[in-house]
Design a protein around this ligand. Structure first.
Ligand SMILES: [Zn+2]
Length: 498
């Protein structure tokens, strides 16, 4: 942590504390239900990262095929008292946001440049949501299927000029004492993997944390200590790949299981805020991999279900379910006579056994169309034609280009090939400018009605916690002139052949 930041936080903390006196807001369950303007004691913020309307729609369609019941998110939307909004998630420099700028807008109430966490272009750090809530004595938790240091969880806690500074973000979690941390990204805590060789797992233990790496340890962990659970070196495996490997199924907890345990820990306190991220919906969409994406959607929905049940039991809870942006915008297209083949084709997704990521290496080394057909049959359950298999080899080897340059990656080419068999087309491999849906229920939900700016979410959470604070903002940057920084900010590293 830089000296500047430390000084800044200290000064801001004092300013905030003196301005507010931080009321402890408590209302009973009965009050919360009876008073429409009641304040929540708990806030749960659920994010399906990179969930465009197409991903949401196909997640629902897949859930109906897979478990004969659609997404619980839509049941929630139908519940009395639930409100729905559309949100403009744009960042400071673009109508297309990345996850760092998106989460920063929720986490500081200010728009920042893509790739940055809670910092304005002039280097001024913004006071993050979880620091404000910490000073108001709210307990805080982060749960994700990505590395725990990834942009979406980090946006509620950290200040960084680059979302890639995962090792610094891990340290900030310790310094800022987030009580519940569950996800992947163990390598950013391990002495032999960190650039500074410091043993952050030990540092967390020394600070009183229970540190664990297995699902079973999480289930039995003492509630008397804060938790750091890191269940994979990098991101947690795709749900689809977990089902193909029974060992992973037992060692890596589901998002729903992590959410349940996090709530168990947090619900003992008068006030808590928890962010839950289904982070790999985004990664699957970057890879144009619909089978992996819809299974991540169902896994996310199971976590939503855990939270709905919690909210019913503890109605002083404000539950917000949303996404940070669209990614690659899949869509089930009209196929066949009167479009009557679309759903039949999409149901082929049920046969998939492995993600594109899992077969990337074997596919890259395949030398014949017969090999490609065999690999794809095992992974996707689809019999790809010999002609298309041959074309894919040319694409993977860079000998065949798409007319749309953004669809040149081998993952995108494979996604397009599979569109012939599952009926799902893609707009590209990066984030999109979509306005995103948000559903809220519980005390304070009425604030989330209509058309919102992403930054309103921060202001609403603060108002509902009785905290008065406003971070500085910077004017929106023009996108018309030449860009000073041409860096890529998506999850490029997750593209399977990148
Ligand atoms: Zn992404």
């Amino acid at each position: 942590m830089s000296g500047n930041r430390r000084t800044f936080l200290k000064q801001s903390g004092l300013a905030v504390a003196s301005a507010l006196g931080f009321p402890s807001v408590v209302c009973s369950a009965k009050e919360a239900v009876q008073k429409p303007d009641a304040l929540p004691r708990h806030i749960i913020h659920l994010v399906a990262d990179g969930m465009s309307m197409g991903t949401l729609t196909l997640g629902d369609a897949f859930a109906r095929l897979h478990r004969q019941r659609g997404l619980r998110l839509f049941d929630l939307q139908q519940t009395a008292g639930a409100v729905t909004a559309l949100v403009n998630m744009r960042s400071l420099n673009s109508v297309v946001t990345d996850s760092a700028a998106a989460s920063s807008s929720w986490g500081s109430g200010s728009r920042v440049v893509n790739g940055v966490l809670n910092q304005l272009p002039d280097g001024v750090d913004l006071y993050p949501l979880y620091q404000l809530f910490k000073e108001a004595s709210w307990k805080r938790g982060l749960v994700t299927t990505t590395e725990i240091t990834h942009a979406t969880p980090a946006g509620f806690v950290a200040n960084c000029s680059s979302r890639g500074s995962a090792e610094d973000i891990a340290r900030q979690y310790l310094e800022r004492q987030v009580q519940v941390l569950l996800g992947g990204g163990r390598k950013f805590f391990e002495a032999d993997k960190r650039k500074d060789n410091s043993d952050l797992l030990k540092a967390f233990r020394d600070a009183g944390y229970a540190v664990f790496q297995q699902a079973a340890e999480m289930e039995s962990a003492s509630l008397d200590r804060p938790w750091l659970g890191v269940f994979a070196s990098g991101h947690l495996p795709y749900t689809l790949d977990q089902y193909a490997d029974p060992k992973l199924l037992t060692s890596v907890p589901t998002l729903a299981a992590m959410t349940k345990r996090a709530l168990k820990w947090l619900e003992r306190s008068d006030h808590f805020i928890l962010q839950v991220e289904g982070g790999r919906v985004d990664h699957a969409a970057h890879n144009c991999d619909i089978a992996a994406a819809v299974r991540e959607m169902v896994a996310f929905d199971e976590a939503v279900e855990v939270c709905i049940e919690f909210q019913r039991r503890v109605p002083e809870t404000l539950l917000v379910v949303t996404t940070d942006h669209g990614t690659s915008n899949p869509g089930l297209v009209g196929l066949g006579r009167s479009y009557s083949d679309s759903l039949k084709l999409f149901s082929q997704v049920l046969r998939a056994q492995r993600s594109f990521e899992a077969i990337a290496d074997t596919l890259k080394s395949a030398s014949s169309a017969a090999d490609v057909r065999k690999i794809l049959l095992e992974a996707t359950g689809c019999e790809v034609s010999e002609t298309k298999a041959a074309l894919l080899i040319e694409s993977v080897n860079g000998k065949r280009k798409s007319l749309f340059d953004h669809m040149n990656s081998a993952a995108a080419q494979l996604g397009q090939l599979m569109a012939n068999y599952v009926g799902v087309g893609w707009t590209g491999t990066s984030h999109t400018a979509d306005y995103v849906p948000l559903v809220a229920i519980g005390p304070g939900a009425a604030r989330f009605r209509g058309f919102l700016q992403n930054t309103d979410v921060f202001q609403n959470y603060l108002a509902l916690a009785g905290i008065e604070y406003r971070n500085p903002t910077a004017p929106l940057m023009s996108e018309c002139g030449p860009s000073a920084d041409e860096a890529e900010f998506g999850d490029k590293e997750t593209e399977m052949f990148a």
